[in-house]
Design a protein around this ligand. Structure first.
Ligand code: HEM
Length: 332
């Protein structure tokens, strides 16, 4: 069957190098691999829906540091500490799951399909499997061979960032303000640990509000509830750092709950609340929150398609890692 080979050109914002991805890149070299990944992910997500949030965040954190090259999956070595061990990545989940998918793929086609493509496809398929949108994932990404903790610290957004800081950071990846608003909708699923937002509940400093208060942009009743039931102390809560649903009541459902809670000032992260501090972003949030779901789905899918092509390595760049956690040895 003649296969349409739509070629997607991607400008790399940092290097100016143009990468080339293709729809169905593995059609000849590993036929059926996308179906294999899709059905494995669907089966698993049906049983363990929380895996969708894990994969989506993993993919995002991968793409923001050295592009979507699976550098987030590499282990630290004697030569250096990897992205994975940077504080913002210590709450990432799903590494084992990606490795399971990769093992399956290696059994079918050894040394052909990159970890970066496995992650990009699995994240898309997992979001679709929990009832979220789908988006086109052209393939042909190559895996990077470098993973550096400091780069993760420098390149990943922090929950304490202001709108301007977020906007500037996203711009370095070729993503605009609207992408920032649309992609933040990912927080309609998943969890955050108390330590990620405890500074909004205890000892919050803001101009005019002084010290040792609750973030005034957080709904007071919601903040009281978080302090008394979930996160009981400034260091993140109870003995263990409790996990709180990002979108209370529907953290397993891809829906408008995040944007609607945001407008009620019931979002966990300061970076979420920051979206309301910019008139353009706020108007966008209000527009999306008004529904229907399909509009959010389309916008989110559009931005995910862009995110998944940020600074990709293609052609002779990088390698096809056999094990996603370690670079191939020179003899491979
Ligand atoms: C705009 C800047 C962003 C910041 C500052 C941010 C920060 C965070 C933080 C602090 C958490 C909680 C981690 C924890 O305590 O366990 C989180 C969770 C999450 N983030 Fe973001 N994020 C941002 C954007 C995004 C984007 C663009 C995506 C995907 C497209 C995304 C997907 C997720 C998901 C799915 C979770 C839940 C993970 C889980 O359940 O394990 N985030 N984010």
């Amino acid at each position: 069957m003649a296969m349409a080979m739509a070629v997607v050109f991607v400008a790399s914002s940092a290097t100016g190098v143009r990468g080339q991805l293709t729809m169905g890149f593995y059609d000849q070299s590993c036929p059926g691999v996308e179906r294999l990944i899709g059905s494995f992910v669907r089966q698993h997500v049906d049983r363990v829906p929380t895996v969708a949030a894990a994969l989506l965040r993993l993919h995002f954190h991968d793409c923001f540091v050295r592009g979507c090259d699976a550098s987030v999956l590499l282990n630290s070595t004697a030569a250096g500490v990897a992205e994975k061990d940077a504080p913002p990545n210590l709450t990432l989940r799903g590494f084992d799951f990606v490795e399971r998918v990769k093992t399956l793929v290696e059994e079918a086609c050894p040394g052909v399909v990159s970890c970066a493509d496995v992650l990009a496809l699995a994240a898309r398929d997992a979001v679709t499997a929990i009832g979220g949108p789908s988006w086109r994932v052209p393939t042909g990404r190559r895996d990077g061979t470098v993973s550096n903790m400091q780069e993760a610290l420098d390149e990943l957004p922090k929950p304490s960032m202001s709108f301007k800081q977020l906007k500037d950071l996203f711009a370095t990846k070729g993503l605009g303000v609207r992408d920032l608003v649309w992609l933040s909708g990912a927080h309609t699923i998943g969890i955050a640990h108390c330590s990620s937002f405890a500074d909004r509940l205890y000892g919050f400093r803001s101009a005019g509000a002084g010290n040792n208060t609750t973030d005034p942009t957080l709904d007071a009743a919601y903040a009281t509830n978080l302090r008394s039931r979930k996160c009981r102390s400034p260091d993140g809560g109870n003995a263990e750092d409790a996990a709180v649903e990002m979108d209370p009541g529907s953290h397993l459902t891809f829906d408008l709950g995040y944007y609607r809670s945001l407008l009620k000032h019931r979002c966990l992260l300061q970076s979420d609340a920051a979206l309301l501090t910019d008139p353009v972003a706020k108007a966008d949030v209000e527009g999306i929150a008004g529904g229907p779901d399909e509009v959010f789905f389309q916008l989110f899918a559009r931005s995910m398609a862009t995110l998944s092509t940020v600074q990709v390595k293609t052609g002779a760049d990088g390698e096809i890692r056999r094990n996603c956690a370690v670079v191939n040895s020179p003899s491979n």
